[in-house]
Design a protein around this ligand. Structure first.
Ligand code: DGL
Length: 269
């Protein structure tokens, strides 16, 4: 295998950047190629076949970029496509899932709220995960309608975004949950709002760091961790017009970046 290959990362939009932050901190020497499928978000309300097709188009593109591993920085796409991608692609595929296990370990009263998209919550993968924890916790799900669109289109501190979070969180807080799982990679960007609404006594679980550690472990196992002494590069690709994505990413990361348009073929539904 050629040295200095990149790690490919993708999500429906900017959500996966909440995972990129952890990967950057843990693995500064890795070069990253990030794909935002903004033209097709939200994934959470789309049917299974659509998500499968999108993941095939995007991972084909990443394979053409000669990536050495792929992180599906999206709970919804992982729930639907990770098994197929692992079967068909010859490189490590790192997925993510709502952190029910750490939540069950942290919860004192056994009442756990899971914030995720409809697609994740309806998936067989999530139902199996719930079943595994059924003895140690009662799981109350919240399909967070409109959160992804609000985060992408309205912004993080926008009144509409804050109202959506407040309104949809309250019913599950009223049920007494003491632990909340962020089961969508967009939600860490509204973590402060969630914590404020829930109160300081509620524990919030985000699996971004665990995913970065798992990537590190898999790269080490395969002997493909970057040994570069200089920071890795980053390149960004988007399926929608790039300007809005550039603005969002620059705001989140506090530095300027260049966004490339994905080739037309990757955009076809
Ligand atoms: N950020 C994604 C996730 O983790 C997808 C959200 C969406 O596009 O609905 O599920």
């Amino acid at each position: 295998m050629r040295p200095n290959q990149s790690v490919g990362i993708f999500d429906s939009g900017i959500g996966g950047l909440s995972v990129v932050q952890h990967i950057r901190d843990l693995l500064p020497a890795e070069s990253l190629i990030y794909v935002s499928d903004r033209a097709h978000l939200p994934y959470g309300t789309k049917d299974k076949q659509f998500i499968l097709d999108r993941t095939v188009h995007i991972t084909d593109f990443l394979m053409q970029q000669n990536v050495k591993a792929i992180v599906i920085a999206c709970n919804t796409a992982t729930a639907i496509a990770v098994a197929d991608l692992r079967r068909t692609l010859p490189i490590p595929i790192i997925g993510m899932e709502p952190g029910l296990k750490p939540a069950a370990a942290r919860s004192h009263n056994g009442l756990i709220g899971v914030l995720a998209t409809e697609g994740t919550l309806d998936s067989g993968k999530f139902k199996r995960l719930m079943h595994q924890h059924a003895n140690s916790a009662e799981v109350i799900i919240c399909p967070c309608h409109g959160w992804v669109e609000a985060i992408e289109h309205d912004g993080l501190n926008n009144t509409h975004t804050i109202e959506l979070v407040e309104q949809q969180l309250q019913p599950i807080l009223d049920k007494g949950v003491d632990t909340l799982v962020l089961g969508c990679t967009h939600y860490p960007f509204v973590r402060d709002i969630i914590q404020r609404v829930a109160g300081e006594s509620v524990t919030i679980i985000d699996t971004g760091l665990a995913v970065a550690k798992h990537l590190q472990k898999r790269l080490a196992e395969e002997g493909i961790l970057s040994t570069n002494q200089v920071p890795g590069s980053e390149s960004y690709w988007c399926s929608a017009p790039t300007e809005k994505t550039r603005e969002l990413i620059e705001k989140l990361q506090g530095k300027s970046c260049v966004i490339n348009s994905l080739p037309i073929a990757v955009n076809n539904d």
